[in-house]
Ligand binder design. Structure first.
Ligand SMILES: Cc1cc2nc3c(=O)[nH]c(=O)nc-3n(C[C@H](O)[C@H](O)[C@H](O)COP(=O)(O)OP(=O)(O)OC[C@H]3O[C@@H](n4cnc5c(N)ncnc54)[C@H](O)[C@@H]3O)c2cc1C
Length: 402
């Protein structure tokens, strides 16, 4: 399979690449000074992205986006993934991108007006709260947060954590049990929109990750819902259909993540090669003359190439046949590319020596932030089980899910 670049992609990728090189990479040096310092700089440059006509590239044209297919957007996502700031500047960062998709597809007119529109315009941020500290997030059916109907309202009670970007978000999409008695465990929970200024909503803390507590968009929060009342009209989709909606966002969401990771790999790879070529062990003997470094370069090249082909193939399958047909491919890329990401970042850091663990390159940021790639959106082992279960079914073995 050759990577097919449609005319649309051929037209926009060089423009995005130029913006990344001229504006985005130079901004990375400001990241160490905290989100409060960074935010106004990001805002200014988000306006530039808008004026270039590249804003929210994932959305249909009539909603202000570029009207790309999933396979086309995947290639844009790789380009943006080359910097930790890329997706945010183009307003297609997780979890907002997933919330935009769900609100666009399943929101009522009122929800589209109140929640989707400001999100798509970049006026507000949002978060997604499903995982709970008390239950294994790998089994998303098991949760204690409830949303009880009381007249024209839902009353939420529960405890969530790891809600990415909740710090400063204006609303949360919360997964809560509304139909505890439903026969199918897949019909017990619903998605409910909770504005973060609702009484009873508390951001308990920003969870420190690998030594950094994070702020704003770069944070993960623990949340409490205590008799938190929202209008019943904040129900997203049908009652009891929370998992059905979650499933819809997971397929495209994994394509977005995997292509972002490939963008990271490509940038780390370039940094590795440049350092290997420029850093001399003795006069005229750069690191690149060592065979072990050559092995890292060759192995990384092969792994990145394989990853891209696998992800674009999965994206094309979703575009053509729908995500149900691509269940195996989606799980394959999730664990495979997350593993490649760890390998490539680690090798790039090793080639940089001490410089690799400083914040003078983006490598250390990625090393800290992207270890989680093997955990969020389903740990490796869960995805490997999905793949093996499907294959073994053809051999007459039925492996239970949980
Ligand atoms: C950086 C980050 C961002 C996140 N963002 C969000 C967010 O925005 N919103 C949200 O709701 N959640 C979010 N999460 C939570 C994430 O989805 C969960 O961490 C994930 O689902 C795993 O759940 P857990 O942490 O409870 O691990 P557990 O379920 O306790 O699993 C622990 C380990 O057990 C192993 N394991 C699990 N299942 C199996 C199995 N079937 N077979 C073999 N081994 C298994 C795996 O190695 C796994 O890592 C985020 C997490 C991180 C780290």
């Amino acid at each position: 399979m050759r990577v097919i670049k449609t005319e649309r992609v051929q037209a926009i990728l060089p423009r995005i690449r130029a913006f990344m090189e001229e504006v985005v990479y130079p901004l990375e040096g400001e990241m160490g000074r905290g989100f409060q310092h960074l935010e106004p700089l990001l805002e200014e440059n988000r306006q530039s992205v808008k004026s270039l006509g590249l804003w929210t590239p994932h959305l249909p044209i009539e909603l202000g986006g570029l009207g790309l297919s999933l396979a086309e957007f995947a290639q844009v996502s790789e380009e943006l993934g080359r910097s930790p700031l890329g997706h945010y500047l183009f307003n297609c960062q997780a979890p907002d991108i997933g919330n935009m998709e769900i609100l666009h597809l399943h929101g009522t007119n009122q929800q589209r007006e109140h929640f989707f529109r400001p999100l798509a315009e970049g006026d507000v941020r949002s978060c997604f709260a499903m995982t709970e500290p008390e239950h294994a997030g790998s089994n998303p059916l098991w949760m204690s947060t409830t949303a009880a109907k009381d007249g024209e309202e839902y009353v939420l009670n529960g405890h969530k954590w790891f809600a990415s970007a909740a710090d400063g978000a204006s609303f949360a999409v919360v997964m809560a049990v509304t139909n505890a008695d439903a026969e199918s465990p897949y019909r017990r929970a619903s998605m409910i929109i909770v504005p973060t200024d609702t009484p009873g909503y508390t951001q308990v803390r920003r969870i420190p990750i690998m030594g950094h507590s994070g702020q704003g968009y770069f944070s993960h929060s623990e949340l409490l819902f205590e008799n938190c009342r929202v209008p019943a009209t904040n129900l997203l989709g049908k009652e009891g259909y929370g998992f059905a909606l979650a499933q819809e966002r997971l397929g495209p969401g994994r394509i977005h993540h995997c292509m972002r990771w490939i963008g990271i790999c490509e940038r780390a790879f370039e940094l590795m090669c440049r350092r290997a070529a420029g850093r001399e062990l003795s006069p005229g003997k750069p690191l690149a003359t060592r065979q072990v470094v050559q092995m890292w370069i060759a192995e990384s090249r092969a792994e990145i190439h394989a990853s891209r082909l696998m992800v674009l193939d999965a994206a094309a399958k979703i575009d053509i046949e729908g995500q149900q047909a691509a269940r195996v491919e989606i799980s394959l890329i999730k664990f495979f590319v997350a593993g490649v990401l760890q390998n490539v970042i680690d090798r790039a850091i090793q080639v940089h020596g001490g410089l690799g663990v400083t914040d003078d390159t983006p490598l250390a940021h990625w090393y800290r932030h992207e270890r989680a790639a093997r955990i969020y959106d389903g740990p490796d082992e869960v995805h490997k089980s999905v793949v093996a279960r499907r294959i073994l079914r053809e051999y007459g073995v039925n492996v239970p899910i949980y």
